[in-house]
Design a protein around this ligand. Structure first.
Ligand code: PLP
Length: 396
C-alpha cells in the first residue's frame, strides 16, 4: 500500500491531505483497502454514496446504459433518461425546471449566473448576492466567492465583486444587509463544511417572506444536505417553504458525478439558449444514476428508514456524550451529524481509521457523520463501539 501512496504523492497535485490508505472496493456500508482491511464507512464519500456500495439496482441500471453503447449524448439532442430524471426532480420538489451539470460547485456557478441575470432584468446593477458566514458553496470562482469562509479564499484574491456575508440564523442582521442592488440570498439549509449547523426553520421562513417582499431570489444549496439525508427529500421541506432555486449534487448520483439546478416560477424562465451549458450535463450515465436515486426517494420507505436510523444514531451519540467530557455538543439533523469536541479531531480520525472506522471532520474540532442512508442499527452499534474504544484510548 505504501508504494501506491508514494506514487500518488509524486504524481498528484497536493490539494488533499489524504489518509494513508488506498481503497479499492466496497460492499454494503463497508469499504476495503488494497491489503484487504475492512472499514465501516460513516462518511459515504462525503455524503455521496447514499446507497452504500454495490447497490444491485444502481449497478444493473448503469450496466444497462453501458451495454446500450451510449453513455454520453450531447445537449444538442434530447435524451429520454435525462428528461425522466428532470421530470422526477420537478415532481419531488414541486418546482418547475432543471439544468443538469456535473458537480456542486458547477450547480452553484449556474445559480449565480441565473440570479444575476434575473436581477439585471429587473433593474440595472441589481446583481449583488448575500450568502451566509461559515457557508461552503464550492471551489470555482463564483462559488468560492459565495463561500463565507476566508480560509478557502485568502490565496485566490481578487474574488468576484458583489458578495456580502450575513451571520447565519440572524434574520435582523441579514435584513439590514439587503439593499436595492441585492438580487439573491444563498443559504445551506444545513451548513456542512462550516461545522454541521442547521438553519432555524423560523429564520428560513422569515427569509422567504423578505425575499417575496423585495423580489429577491432565495437559493438553497442542498448539495450536502439534500437527497434524503435529513429524513426529507430536500432539507428545506422541514421548514415548509419553497426556494426559488435549489442546487444539488453529491447524493443525486449515488457515486456517479452529477449536479443540478432546480428553479421555480420566474427563476425557471431566466436562461435562454446560449446563456449556459455543460458538455457532460444530463448525460445518460449520470441521469440513470439520478433516476435510481429519485425513484427510491419517491417511495416512502427510504425516508422512513433514514428517520428510524437517525433517531438511533442520535440516541447513541447522546449516550456517548454522557460518557466523554471532550464531547461538547451533538448537532445537525437526520444522518448529517456533527460531534463537537474540545480537542482537534484529526488524531481521533486517524485512530478511528486504524481501528477500521471511517469518520470525517467539519472544521478542526467537529467529527462529521454522513453515512450511507442505508446504514443499519447493527452498523451504528459497531461504529459507536469502535469510536468508544478510540475515545477511551485517547484518554478522554
Ligand atoms: N455546496 C455544498 C453545501 C457542499 O457541501 C459542497 C461540497 O462539499 C459543494 C457545494 C461543492 O460541491 P462539489 O465538491 O461537488 O463541487
Amino acid at each position: 500500500m505504501q508504494d501506491f501512496i508514494e506514487r500518488g504523492k509524486s504524481v498528484y497535485m497536493e490539494t488533499y491531505a489524504q489518509f494513508p490508505v488506498v481503497l479499492t472496493r466496497g460492499s454494503g456500508r463497508y469499504v476495503f483497502d488494497i491489503d484487504g482491511k475492512k472499514y465501516l464507512d460513516m462518511v459515504a464519500g462525503i455524503a455521496v454514496n447514499i446507497f452504500g456500495y454495490g447497490d444491485a439496482e444502481l449497478s444493473a441500471a448503469l450496466q444497462e446504459v453501458i451495454a446500450n453503447g451510449m453513455m454520453h449524448c450531447s445537449n444538442l439532442y434530447w435524451n429520454r433518461v435525462g428528461i425522466e430524471a428532470a421530470d422526477r426532480l420537478v415532481r419531488l420538489s414541486k418546482m418547475d425546471r432543471v439544468f443538469f451539470c456535473n458537480s456542486g460547485t458547477e450547480a452553484n456557478e449556474a445559480a449565480i449566473k441565473l440570479v444575476k441575470k434575473y436581477g439585471s432584468s429587473k433593474s440595472e446593477g441589481r446583481t449583488d448576492i448575500i450568502t451566509m458566514q461559515q457557508s461552503f458553496h464550492g471551489r470555482t470562482y463564483g462559488a468560492l466567492t459565495a463561500t463565507g469562509q476566508t480560509k478557502y479564499q485568502e490565496a485566490f484574491k481578487p474574488l468576484l465583486p458583489g458578495f456580502a456575508y450575513a451571520p447565519f440564523n440572524d434574520f435582523a442582521a441579514l435584513e439590514a444587509m439587503v439593499t436595492d442592488t441585492t438580487c439573491a440570498i444563498f443559504i445551506e439549509p444545513v451548513q456542512g463544511e462550516g461545522g454541521v449547523i442547521p438553519a432555524d426553520p423560523v429564520f428560513l421562513q422569515n427569509v422567504r417572506k423578505l425575499c417575496d417582499k423585495k423580489d429577491i431570489l432565495l437559493v438553497f444549496d442542498e448539495v450536502q444536505c439534500g437527497m434524503g439525508r435529513t429524513g426529507y427529500t430536500f432539507a428545506w421541506q422541514a421548514a415548509q417553504i419553497v426556494p426559488d432555486v435549489m442546487t444539488l449534487a453529491k447524493g443525486l448520483g449515488a457515486g456517479v458525478p452529477i449536479g443540478a439546478v432546480v428553479a421555480k416560477g420566474a427563476a425557471a424562465q431566466v436562461f435562454r439558449p446560449g446563456d449556459h451549458g455543460a458538455t457532460f450535463g444530463g448525460n445518460l450515465l449520470s441521469t440513470t444514476a439520478a433516476n435510481c436515486v429519485l425513484k427510491r426517494l419517491e417511495e416512502s420507505s427510504l425516508l422512513n428508514h433514514v428517520k428510524d436510523v437517525s433517531d438511533y444514531l442520535w440516541a447513541a451519540l447522546q449516550n456517548l456524550k454522557q460518557q466523554f467530557s471532550i464531547i461538547e455538543e451533538i448537532r445537525g439533523t437526520g444522518l448529517m451529524v456533527g460531534v463537537q469536541l474540545s480537542m482537534p479531531v484529526r488524531p481521533i480520525l486517524d485512530a478511528c481509521m486504524d481501528a477500521g472506522l471511517i469518520l470525517a471532520s467539519a472544521g478542526s474540532h467537529t467529527l462529521r457523520f454522513v453515512p450511507p442512508l442505508t446504514i443499519t442499527h447493527e452498523e451504528i452499534d459497531e461504529a459507536i463501539t469502535l469510536l468508544t474504544n478510540v475515545l477511551k484510548k485517547s484518554g478522554s
